[in-house]
Write a protein that binds this ligand. Sequence first.
Ligand code: PRP
Ligand code: URA
Length: 242
Amino acid sequence: KRPEPGPTQCVGPDYRSESQKPIATVSTAVKFENVVTLPQTPQLIALLTMIRDKNTERADFIFYSNRIIRLLVEEGLNHLPVMEHTVTTPVGRTYAGLMFQGKICGVSIMRAGEAMEQGLRDCCRSVRIGKILIQRDEETSKPKLFYDKLPEDIAERWVLLLDPMFATGGSAIMAVDVLKSRGVPEERILFLNLIASPEGIKNFAIKFHKVRVVTAFVDQGLDEKNYIIPGLGDFGDRFYTM
Ligand code: PRP
Ligand code: URA
């Protein structure tokens, strides 16, 4: 089967000439300022290749997804506010550094988004985590909201919204509407996501100019069932049940 068309690039360390680097499909460029794509490094592309492969078994799918989630969380944290913080080192010298400013919480869109919670906990000890249960209707692809449980003081926090798949954008849009209805301003929401479609990003960015999106990869598009292509199939099934 022919690979899905997509932008290709020589990927590899800078000390290699272009002709020595393998060619791989890289993320599609998007023009929205509030959308950040992770650097298309050999490591990221190799990890994504593992989880896209239909022959990758569940244990490996979980392991390699977790590695990408860690990269996303680390990049997401770069978008939180910091303030100056000077410390004295054991040799009596000062170091002019930084510290994080402001309270955060995670909010996962269940079920697949829960797979990203551990990655957030690994970086932010004791982080509070809220949940929003949204399920896409299998026939219409429209999202349906079933449940939410969020920290009482969420309106005062920065929110890291977690969902690995961003297809039509319907679920993410619904989740942001819930957060906004609880008083969280758009500029304090950061949506972390593994694979996005250009359609989902456009639908979302047109509605929310100030919510920042950090994604590992923007794919080619959607198929007739609104699955991301080339994508990786159903993330929740592959992570939890297959
Ligand atoms: C998946 C995924 C997103 C949504 C993306 O969840 O985790 O929440 O679909 O699609 P959209 O952008 O078109 O809304 P799904 O509803 O299939 O549930 P799951 O997490 O239980 O797999
Ligand atoms: N949900 C998934 O898990 N995968 C897709 O491609 C689209 C929605």
